[in-house]
Design a protein around this ligand. Structure first.
Ligand code: ADP
Ligand code: MG
Length: 706
């Protein structure tokens, strides 16, 4: 056990730094340290930040007479009677009574003989548990208990007992002791505190030291309900500093990147003007505004770091193409990276249509491009003969060297991690310069969240849809009524419309998904013999996928049965009906993305969400939201509320998934204070900013110096 070695607990400045290893604590040898480390607890600081899940109040004794059903409390009394019985299963009942002349029954179902034998009438006992109504008054089932010697003065705890999230292989009492030892080594407030006093004063929150001590060992009068709700000032103090650390880490990445500088892209804009002239439409006001912002950014000697957010179908691609043309006109190189091959191919097709008439050559690079073809593409990229390169992750691999990458465009950013984005950036380093970066996402993120998640990027929003779109009508229909849905498809196709049927099987392998799509395809082909059907899934050869897409786009195919591979970016304006099977299994963001494939033309479009009853409450709410609105931002807000930010942003998003204490939804009200604090620290105390990042974000911060 955590023996108190005479040297171990010696003195105040035992360990001024929280980064001392846990092995400096008594009772923590290599074996225990390893178990702690497996839970991410390697240093004293990690232990300080390992907060209790809840608390138990052993600071007072409640008179048995005053106990009310449902109350969790500590009582003290003497054993009055013991009964060991067996009714269906072994059972031990112990009656205890106290000075309030009331009795309470303790009931055990799991016990051994030795344990039962300890309950001797007259023995003094203290129990902690929940009082529940039983056959003969109140009972506690499996309370925690201990016997007290007659001489024991029965001193009560002077703080609430913490109950920590479990660490495998370490008992709760040992863990509590270890954390207690770590807390004894908390440095005095001045050396622990990283927030400047002036800033703290404006926030009206406790010091870090006080916050930690209260969170781990709350004094008896603590409002526990506030803790449970995450609103206790101590928790808020910790959440604020954690959010600040994450925010600062992103901001520093941005500052570091900016410091590299970029070559300004100087162009008269002739090529982009020509593309605009060739388009069958004019840009929306929002597209024009965002394009201007991009142009201004690219003319600067620091790298552009811009995120373009626009709902599905808002027309982000053409803005990217216009930006690309400015770089091409300036004689520089552009890379466009998309997360799936299908999407990258679609960009390739669009860019070919738009750029080739202007005499701009485009090369294609994906994992499947191998051998001689690959060597030729790589050579063109390296020599600068290829001004525009479009592809997948393959663009980021080693061996891909650009002659003069000036602009890196990343589509559907949420599918990539921050690190992948950084990797593409590195492709452009000539000396210290880095390329301008344009990141596009159709996952609308609520404004406040975007400011945290993308603190390293400037955000532009395309908040206007191209004209002539008719909103998509959405209905939710039980899978039992599949026959009606098939009828609807028949009718739609008879009117010359095209239809998507989306098969969803999540958490299954691509293989199983493909099989299921195949059998759905077969069934629909049998039910609709007069229609021309296509099938699209992830296991198909790229060339086959491409040809199916091309035939659907050309109107040759009327009904496309597909897996969620079509989720992102696929654009066929004549498709105006979408059926999503097992819609209850999908999250809001994914449903919204899928539905965005229809409603792109002038016809009235509809989306049928087929579900399998019974629906969970959560699924019902999701489908309801989908029926009520097509506004991506409204959907994102709801998604945030239902699922929390980690999910919304994708687990690969650094930082956000990794909060220990903060909860971006619960603590969203702290964001303005976080942003203000970040400004102050970066301007006045960058060294403190560094230490805050190191404390909370730790290893993730190593990207900051990139
Ligand atoms: P997303 O923002 O989802 O990537 P896309 O760039 O794929 O959207 O554009 C969706 C569709 O809207 C495409 O068919 C595109 O040609 C069309 N489009 C884009 N801008 C306009 C516009 N200003 N007017 C009319 N149609 C437009
Ligand atoms: Mg797109």
């Amino acid at each position: 056990m955590a023996g108190r070695g005479p040297t171990a607990v010696a003195e105040p400045t035992l360990s001024p730094a929280g980064d001392a290893p846990t092995t400096c604590l008594p009772g923590v040898g290599p074996a225990v340290a390893e178990k702690l480390a497996a839970r991410g607890l390697s240093t004293l600081q990690d232990l300080w930040l390992h907060l209790p899940l809840r608390y138990e109040d052993r600071t007072q004794i409640v008179a048995m007479r005053a106990l009310v059903p449902g109350q969790t409390a500590q009582v003290e009394g003497r054993v009055e009677a013991v009964e060991r019985g067996f009714r269906y299963r072994p059972m031990l009942r112990v009656a205890i009574g106290d000075e309030s002349r009331a009795t309470l029954t303790l009931r055990f179902f799991h016990f051994n003989g030795a344990q039962a034998a300890q309950f001797l009438p007259g023995r003094r006992i203290r129990c902690y548990g929940e009082a529940r109504p039983g056959a003969h008054g109140l009972e506690m089932v499996h309370p925690s208990y201990r016997f007290l010697a007659e001489s024991d003065d029965g001193a009560l705890r002077d703080s609430l007992d913490p109950v920590y999230p479990a660490v495998e292989g370490i008992g709760p009492q040992t863990l509590t002791k270890i954390i207690g030892e770590a807390l004894r080594r908390l440095p005095p407030a001045p050396s622990l505190e990283l927030l400047p006093a002036a800033l703290r004063a404006t926030l009206d929150l406790p010091s870090l030291r006080e916050a930690l001590l209260v969170a781990h060992r709350p004094p008896p009068d603590t409002d526990i309900a506030l803790f449970a709700a995450g609103r206790h000032p101590s928790l808020q103090r910790l959440a604020l500093e954690e959010m600040l650390a994450h925010h600062l880490s992103l901001r520093r990445q941005r500052i570091a990147l900016r410091a590299h500088g970029a070559t300004p892209i100087k162009a008269r804009g002739e090529l982009s003007q020509r593309l605009l002239g060739n388009l069958p439409y004019t840009l929306t006001g929002a597209q024009q505004r965002v394009f201007k912002e991009v142009v201004v950014d690219m003319q600067r000697p620091e790298p552009m770091l811009r995120l373009v957010q626009g709902d599905v179908g808002s027309g982000k691609t053409v803005v990217a193409a216009l930006a690309a043309l400015r770089a091409v006109e300036a004689g520089r190189q552009v890379a466009l990276m998309a997360p799936t091959e299908l999407l990258a191919e679609q960009h390739l097709n669009n860019f070919r249509t738009w750029l080739e008439p202007l005499g701009v050559r485009i090369v294609w690079l994906a994992g499947k491009v191998t051998g001689k073809a690959r060597a030729a593409v790589l050579a063109d990229i390296a020599s600068g003969a290829a001004p525009v390169v479009i592809g997948t992750h393959a663009l980021m691999q080693e061996g891909v060297a650009f002659a003069d990458l000036a602009l890196a465009i990343v589509d559907e950013q949420h599918r990539f991690g921050v690190h992948q984005r950084l990797a593409l950036r590195d492709k452009g380093r000539d000396g210290r310069k880095v390329p301008h970066q344009l990141v596009m996402t159709a996952t609308p993120i609520p404004r406040t969240l975007a400011m945290s998640a993308y603190a390293d990027l400037d955000v532009s929003v395309i908040d206007e849809m191209p004209p002539g779109r008719t909103p998509v009508t959405t209905v939710a229909i039980s899978g039992d009524r599949r026959g009606e849905v098939v009828e609807r498809i028949r009718a739609a196709c008879a009117e010359g419309r095209q239809v998507y049927w989306v098969c969803t099987l999540i958490d299954e392998s691509e293989e199983i998904e493909a099989q299921s799509a195949q059998s759905t395809f077969d069934a629909l082909a049998a039910a609709l013999p007069q229609l021309r059907l296509g099938l699209l899934h992830g296991r198909m050869k790229p060339a086959d996928k491409q040809s199916v897409m091309a035939r659907f786009k050309a109107g040759e195919l009327q009904l496309l049965v597909a897996t969620t591979v079509i989720e992102v970016g696929v654009d066929v304006p004549n498709a105006s009906l979408m059926v999503i099977e097992n819609a209850e299994r999908l999250g809001l963001a994914q449903l919204h993305q899928l539905r965005g494939r229809v409603g792109r033309g002038a016809q009235a479009s509809s989306c049928v969400l087929m579900f399998k009853a019974p629906l969970s409450q959560m699924a019902r709410e999701r489908l309801d939201v989908m029926r009520r609105t097509t506004d991506g931002f409204v959907i994102a807000e709801k998604d945030l509320e239902l699922r929390g930010p980690g999910e919304l942003l994708g687990t690969r998003q650094t930082g956000l998934a990794g909060f220990r204490i903060a909860d971006l939804v619960r603590d969203a009200h702290l964001l303005p204070a976080v942003h203000r604090a970040a400004e102050v620290l970066l301007a006045e105390a960058p060294d403190l900013a560094d230490r805050i990042v190191a404390r909370w974000v730790g290893s993730a911060a190593r990207f900051a110096g990139a």
